[in-house]
Design a protein around this ligand. Sequence first.
Ligand SMILES: Cc1cc2nc3c(=O)[nH]c(=O)nc-3n(C[C@H](O)[C@H](O)[C@H](O)COP(=O)(O)OP(=O)(O)OC[C@H]3O[C@@H](n4cnc5c(N)ncnc54)[C@H](O)[C@@H]3O)c2cc1C
Length: 408
Amino acid sequence: MTPRAPIAPYAPAMTNEQHRRATTALVIGGGVGGPVAALALRKAGIDAQVFEAYRPGTGSKGGPLGLASNGLNALSVVGADADLAAAGMPTPRMVISSGTGKVLGTIDTDPSLPGRVTLPRGRISELLQARAEADGVPITYGKRFEGAVDTGRSVIARFDDRTTAEADILIGADGIRSAVRGVIDPSVKPRYTGLVGLGGYIDGPAGIEPTGGDFRMIFGRRAFFGYLSDGAQTGWFANMPYRRLEDADLRNTTFDQWMSRMRAAFADDAGPAMTILDHVTPDGFIPPSPLEDLPHVPVWSKGRIVLLGDAAHATSPSSGQGASLAAESAVELAKCLRDLPVDQAFQAYESRRRARVERVIAEAARTNQSKAAGPVAARFRDAFMPFFMSRFTTPEKTAWQYAHTIEW
Ligand SMILES: Cc1cc2nc3c(=O)[nH]c(=O)nc-3n(C[C@H](O)[C@H](O)[C@H](O)COP(=O)(O)OP(=O)(O)OC[C@H]3O[C@@H](n4cnc5c(N)ncnc54)[C@H](O)[C@@H]3O)c2cc1C
């Protein structure tokens, strides 16, 4: 770490230096994409260090997050798939029902692929950080990135504690509100989906039978509910439609008020939402957040700075793919940097990733509309979804998404 150098305004300079391969990298963000990128970069012979804004143990545990087959495939390239699979609840099947209890469809993991697992969002980051550190990746916690200068020969990053760090390239894996993206294109802002996400984990069965490998989801009359349980732990989430959302509403609504809103929303639906909600305590309750996405980030890289994961292609949680796509992008970027000089590597990475991730984001946006449907649209959805699901969620039709693999 060098003492703080005077930071000039960001001015990308394309020089011949950029046509050399990178040997060192600064990775901003230790969530999902950051640790995976650092592991993959080391595998590619590039020294990477990670800087994470939060200190270990200070983040929220998080609600249930499903890691899909394609995400596990990407994690297997850096040897992190087994840790996550072992820590998660196997959930190879998603069962989708309506608020009347009618099963609208199922999505089964193709048995030839790694089976989906579900675990708390925060736990995924902890496990990936542990794997990266065990493999020799230095992670500095409690260091918030604030700005960067591309000198043409290197990038100098500046942090909130007035220190700097320098390397050949800088990777922004700092999430949907990426400060690194702000350096290369401050105009991009997340889009609110019209849904607020709530959820958490409950110790024990929460009054329901184990779901036996199913992640069950209900398009309720007024809101969307998901749950899974192995008897020892029960995970749940709710998506509540709010056309407009004021920050003050999120800040000022108490735990008890959210519980009343959810009880009112799910009271008339078939399924165990009300039973599970009876077991929710403030400890295991993840603060509500507006669900957002980034349908199209026009600039993914500039000079020696590049984005990955939610910073470049945030999908709303309805896809169940955000973490998996972040892992895929991390591996693909490292592979491109292994084989190509910096400028060509960034171009190749974007051309291999953009169409795929934007397709997932667009599909999730369509699902969000169904979750926030009014009564007429909801009747139409419940009538026609079985037809669509039986044709379009077969292993063959979903292979583009779940069977995606990156040959290292
Ligand atoms: C409610 C909810 C449910 C979800 N469910 C699923 C699901 O079922 N399946 C799925 O695949 N995805 C799901 N996602 C999406 C998934 O969490 C993200 O897509 C994934 O975490 C993206 O990984 P990332 O590494 O790009 O960003 P993140 O995981 O957000 O990591 C970014 C990291 O950067 C750090 N950071 C931020 N700013 C700075 C800074 N200035 N300096 C240093 N560090 C910084 C943050 O602290 C964080 O650790 C869900 C998301 C939400 C909100």
